[in-house]
Design a protein around this ligand. Structure first.
Ligand code: AHG
Ligand code: MN
Ligand code: MN
Ligand code: MN
Length: 336
């Protein structure tokens, strides 16, 4: 069709998901309704983040969460927004949030078949200085809507039916996979719609960037230390990799997905399981990486195979370009 057709043929995230849904005649639109409520939450948080500095929404909320972190006002606000949006969708039965110690069991009258695990505001340490932050979510379909319990959500990441994140940066970008590839949407504030801007994202097989908090180097184990050394002093005469570390997982992962490279949050002597939480950080990002042709490894196994035993369990994570992650898998295998 004519060159400017794409300008008038707006592919919004809602239309995109409806197209996807039409491939599943059996679906009754529940997922589309759930997603529209997640999108609403993202739009709300995007607005709050953009005016945080003005609306005195920065700084501490005066509470501490289960993680032992001092909650920021935006952590609390975002958490409340997503819980309300997810419950009001009428399509969820159990929710897990970074900011809530226990799983949230949805009241019976509002229950649906989905479980959503989410990090309402990722990168909280970057809020007050205006650096990119985000929201991360993963979606499981529960077999039958019985009285939900915590056991229902202690599932391996490979059981997720969808995962995504929204990054609140220079623009508001939502990246989503429903198991058939990865697509990126950018919020057009004048329309209040997420428009498809990054169709069918594929991560380069190999990258020139590594992303890790070098400040933890003193406590790294052998394979991680050896891998980072190789990035900085390659033995094969190739040029060293660049280091890029923003400190918001969403931003570091988004750059890795688009540019290629590897993101590492290793375990170390002080924290053998590292820092990132399995259900709502490791699994959704690993799901997206695999869907984009990359991979994700815990130091012991494929990240999506991990079976969590606790809601806020942590795991080391090495994710990104397929060939880059292969190299660190080889180093861990050699350690035996
Ligand atoms: P959150 O703000 O949701 O608690 O997550 C912060 C995480 C993640 O966004 C980031 O990759 C990591 O913390 C950075 O940790 P360090 O500051 O230890 O590098
Ligand atoms: Mn936190
Ligand atoms: Mn986080
Ligand atoms: Mn968080």
């Amino acid at each position: 069709h004519s060159a400017d057709a794409h300008r008038t043929d707006l592919m919004t995230i809602t239309r995109f998901v409806l197209n996807e849904q039409s491939k599943h005649p059996e679906s009754r639109g529940d997922f589309t309704i759930l997603l529209s409520h997640i999108v609403l939450g993202c739009k709300f948080v995007c607005t709050a983040v953009n005016k945080a500095g003005l609306a005195k929404l920065i700084g501490l909320a005066g509470e501490t969460n289960i993680q032992g972190e001092e909650q920021k006002k935006l952590d609390v606000l975002s958490n409340e927004v997503f819980i309300k949006a997810l419950v009001s969708s009428g399509r969820t039965c159990i929710l897990v949030s970074e900011e809530n110690e226990d799983a949230i069991i949805v009241e019976p009258s509002k229950r649906g078949k989905y479980c959503v695990v989410f990090d309402p505001l990722d990168g909280s340490s970057n809020i007050d200085c205006g650096v990119s932050i985000g929201t991360i979510f993963g979606i499981y379909t529960l077999a039958d809507v019985h009285e939900p319990t915590v056991e229902d959500v202690l599932l391996p990441g490979k059981k997720m039916v969808a995962a995504g994140y929204c990054m609140y940066g220079s623009s508001c970008t939502l990246v989503l996979s429903t198991g058939a590839g990865v697509n990126g949407f950018t919020l057009d504030p004048s329309l209040g719609e997420f428009i498809l801007t990054h169709p069918d994202i594929k991560i380069p097989n190999k990258g020139k960037i590594y992303s890790v908090n070098e400040g933890n180097a003193k406590n790294w184990d052998g394979p991680t230390a050896a891998y980072v050394e190789k990035c900085k002093f390659p033995e094969d005469g190739s040029s060293p990799k660049s280091l890029r570390y923003i400190g918001s997982m969403v931003a570091d992962v988004h750059r890795t997905l688009l540019y290629g490279g590897i993101f590492l949050y290793p375990g170390d002597k002080k924290n053998p399981n590292g820092k990132l939480r399995v259900l709502y950080e490791v699994f959704p990002m690993s799901f997206l990486m695999e869907q984009a042709g990359g991979q994700s490894f815990t130091g012991k196994e494929r990240a999506l195979d991990l079976v969590p035993t606790k809601l806020h369990e942590r795991s080391p994570i090495f994710l990104g370009s397929y060939d880059d992650v292969e190299e660190i898998k080889t180093l861990y295998a050699a350690e035996g």
